[in-house]
Design a protein. Structure first.
Length: 303
């Protein structure tokens, strides 16, 4: 976070944040956004990066809320509109901040278009600052010979690696405390070793695994989790998503492995979302059942 705050304070150039799928890049920037003062910074974000350079410029304009002409007017009108908007921000004492997610999907031509946007200057500083969030392979893209000019404008870089065992434990406890956890259910110390080993310290995987663990605790009315409970949940996940095959792909180092890992994370998230909805439905039905039983009791007394 300190690196991002430093880069943001420079008020210009590019800030690059890389990390594996589910490492928390978007969450990190979202937390940073909460600290932004809207009267000083106008921020926009684009997440669809599988576009050509012209479409990306239109996407940037749309993200900042600029009206776009129907059809395909070409690149020049979009650039003119963006420059006008950036200068209006400057006149109002504000500056523009663009966040580009999934930057590893950007073509070199698209990256160059984003760099060209930083050419709009005011008071010896760029009118636009850009955050580029991507997976580790994006760092290789930046090392290309055609990226030299962009590299010169990078003011801060940060690689968000996986958490270690201690950080994993602190992360889990922090998330629990934010929803009112006071130690019940409890966790054996060894459970954090198992969770860290299985998830590799990746926040998104930790979230999905712990969601499943807490659901099991809710359904089985558990007040304490040990290694056996965590392993049981892991076995269920492996059976559902064929994690053995995914692990084999991960160690092979081929392109398919990254895809399988992303599919596993996505699958876990989808399952977690379904579990949350199921839990909400159960709670709702329990409330309805109590009302029915209460009404039946009243009717019985009236007889």
């Amino acid at each position: 976070m300190a690196y991002l705050e430093y880069g943001l304070a420079q008020a210009e150039g590019f800030i690059v944040v890389t990390g594996e799928v589910g490492a928390g890049k978007t969450t990190l920037v979202r937390n940073l956004f909460r600290q932004l003062e809207p009267e000083k910074i106008v921020a926009a974000q684009i997440v669809n990066t599988n576009l050509d350079s012209d479409d990306t410029l239109r996407m940037v304009a749309a993200a900042f809320g600029l009206p776009l002409a129907q059809g395909n007017p070409g690149k020049t009108p979009v650039l003119v509109a963006l420059e006008k908007f950036f200068r209006q921000c400057e006149q109002q004492g504000k500056r523009a901040l663009l966040v580009v997610d999934e930057a590893q999907n950007l073509s070199p031509q698209t990256v160059e278009e984003l760099r060209m946007l930083s050419n709009f200057q005011g008071d010896n500083k760029s009118l636009l600052q850009t955050f580029l969030l991507g997976q580790p392979e994006f760092r290789k893209t930046l090392l290309g010979n055609d990226m030299q000019q962009l590299r010169q404008r990078i003011t801060a870089t940060y690689h968000l690696g996986p958490m270690d065992r201690a950080e994993t434990k602190s992360y889990i406890e922090h998330r629990l405390k934010t929803v009112g956890w006071g130690g019940n259910p409890g966790f054996d110390e060894d459970t954090f070793d198992v969770i860290h080993h299985y998830t590799g310290g990746i926040p998104r995987k930790i979230n999905a695994l712990c969601d499943r663990l807490l659901l099991m605790g809710y359904l089985e009315k558990l007040q304490h989790f040990g290694v056996s409970e965590v392993n049981e949940v892991i076995r269920d996940i492996q059976q559902e998503f064929d994690a053995v095959e995914v692990e084999a792909g991960l160690f092979s180092g081929d392109k398919t492995s990254a895809l399988k890992e992303e599919q596993l994370v996505t699958g876990l998230e989808e399952m977690s979302n379904r579990v949350v909805k199921l839990e909400e439905t159960v709670v709702s039905l329990m409330g309805l059942l109590k009302q029915v039983l209460s009404l039946a009791d009243v009717n019985k007394r009236l007889r």
